[in-house]
Design a protein around this ligand. Structure first.
Ligand code: TAP
Length: 502
């Protein structure tokens, strides 16, 4: 179902922001790219250019890493007490909150997502995350350890302890599906641990990072602690990853690019965390509350138009409930209101770019050629912008690309199973292992299955719930490392062992 042209306009504040000249944040200054390079930014709902940003080249990367390195060792940053770092992070959270509507609108125009959801999930999520992580600045602890060496000759003893120390300059490279949230997931832990950052947003969605840069300055975070380089992955991203002064790479994106980055990082032993793709299963047992499971399965795949790393893109339903659950998901898909994210009633917005729309539709085509049947959707919406109808496929062969690879769009593959063991085998038959959900009222069955599901997060009777306190990351090819929770601190700190002869 498509919505008529929206009767909502871009606000004057956001219009003025988009039309401004956009530069790179290096140290405390906004500067143009050395070679004058720029990138067009498009509104996915119309395909029109809404802003022009700088495209950082190698010399800009050098300047930003130098600024981050200088800040890392400067008394203005390294000399701050933990409670002062905590206060700066809270200040940033407060400023984001004070600008919540503007940031949600920017995110909507840049990425195509609904402004209502951008406010509720992306921007509110960024604020909540910063407030959660801020408190860890004062809780970075080591341990004292009783060592068993022979005592020093002539008496005395050893005193041994560990310290957590910031890893150094962090290159944060993020994707386009939750731009502000992904930026904050990396900047937050870097700030509380005393690291410094060079952030590179995705070329499709750089705008919220630029607005965030201004708020970072307003918060009083010392110059050079956070630098922001807009640009492409192949130039800006690659130069950052290879830079010898970058101590750690925090990457969220596709498995393909993650592997390339991992190889470069290992070559010079840079620390690296990789939050990568998924093809997450949703398993519905016949005893589940189907009134909840069917809309749950629909929202697991169609939320943010399927552009979610943990989207429930493989639906497995026990055979006797299959027609009912899949039928309801199809009904929901057909009723979803499609339109620009600025229109408050929109439930499905455009995909992020024309290239991505072609990629998603290419998967559907390959799937049908391999024998899959389209129950609904499967095509672009006949209007300007990069819209793809919510799609449900059945009978996709288990070896087909559409059933195995990450599509990152509103495309669900539904498959029946006969018993829980078969469901488990189907769910685990994937190179990915980011997340899964299990729907059942049988608690014993749930406890039997949860430990055997190969995924970094397992939701039971819910899906896509991400909390700042819950570690998040992937098994298998879905990544290395855990963001969120206290586990994220390990990604931004080194453990130093100290042993003193006393
Ligand atoms: P990618 O194409 O992998 O891009 C991610 C980022 O890497 C972008 O900023 C990109 O720059 C940059 N990049 C590309 N090539 C690079 C290179 N050779 N060196 C350094 N940087 C490079 O992913 P995407 O299409 O933006 O995002 C979708 C993917 O992200 C999906 O696979 C999704 O599952 C994953 N994702 C995972 C998670 C978690 S938490 N696991 C969360 C969200 C998204 P440009 O875009 O500017 O070229």
């Amino acid at each position: 179902m498509s919505t008529p042209a929206p009767n909502v306009d871009v606000s004057p504040t956001v219009r003025a922001f988009l039309q401004a000249s956009h530069k790179l944040l290096v140290g405390n200054s906004w500067v143009e790219a050395h070679d004058g390079g720029t990138l067009d930014v498009r509104d996915p709902a119309t395909g029109e250019v809404i802003a022009v940003v700088s495209a950082a080249g190698r010399r800009d990367v050098d300047a930003a890493v130098d600024a981050a390195h200088a800040a890392f060792v400067s008394p203005a940053w390294a000399g701050l007490r933990p409670v002062e770092r905590e206060r700066l992070v809270h200040r940033l959270a407060n400023l984001i909150e004070a600008n919540i509507d503007e940031l949600a609108e920017i995110e909507c125009l840049d990425s195509g997502k609904s402004a209502v959801l951008a406010k509720r999930v992306d921007v509110r999520g960024a604020i909540d995350y910063l407030r959660y992580i801020a408190g860890w600045a004062t809780k970075l602890e080591g341990r004292t350890i009783d060592v068993s060496f022979p005592k020093p000759r002539g008496g005395g003893d050893y005193f041994a302890y560990t310290r957590r120390e910031p890893v150094g300059v962090v290159a944060a490279i993020i994707p386009w599906n939750f731009p502000l949230l992904m930026a904050v997931w990396k900047i937050g832990p870097a700030l509380v641990t005393g690291c410094t950052v060079v952030l590179k947003p995705a070329e499709q969605t750089p705008m919220s990072a630029l607005r965030l840069g201004a708020l970072i300055q307003e918060a009083g975070i010392p110059p050079g602690v956070v630098n922001i380089l807009t640009g492409t992955g192949s130039v800006t991203g690659a130069a950052l990853v290879a830079h010898p002064r970058v101590a750690k790479i925090a990457f969220t994106g596709s498995t393909e690019v993650g592997k390339q980055i991992g190889r470069v990082a290992v070559d010079r032993m840079a620390r690296v965390s990789l939050e990568l793709g998924g093809k997450s299963p949703v398993i519905v047992l016949a005893d589940a509350d189907l009134e909840a499971a069917a809309p749950g399965a629909a929202s697991a795949i169609f939320y943010n138009h399927g552009q979610v790393c943990c989207a429930g893109s493989r639906l497995y339903v026990q055979r006797r409930a299959f027609d009912e659950v899949v039928g309801r998901v199809v009904q929901i898909a057909e009723k979803m209101r499609m339109g620009p994210g600025l229109y408050p009633k929109t439930q499905i917005g455009p995909l992020v770019s024309a290239e991505h729309r072609a990629r998603v539709l290419g998967y559907v085509e390959k799937g049908t050629l391999a024998g899959a049947r389209v129950l609904t959707g499967g095509r672009a919406e006949d209007r300007a912008g990069y819209f793809v109808k919510p799609t449900v496929l059945v009978e996709a062969p288990s070896h087909s690309a559409v059933a195995r690879e990450e599509i990152f769009g509103p495309v669900l593959i539904a498959t029946p199973f006969d018993d829980p063991e078969e469901a488990l085998a189907l769910a685990n038959d994937s190179e990915f292992g980011l997340a899964a959900s299990l729907w059942s009222r049988d608690l014993s069955q749930v406890h039997r299955l949860v430990p055997r599901i190969q995924a970094g997060t397992v939701w039971v009777n819910c899906h896509n719930l991400i909390d700042p306190a819950l570690p998040f990351g992937g098994f298998k090819q879905s990544g290395i490392g855990r963001e969120m929770g206290r586990e994220v601190l390990d990604l931004y700190t080194e453990h130093k062992s100290v042993c003193i002869a006393v």
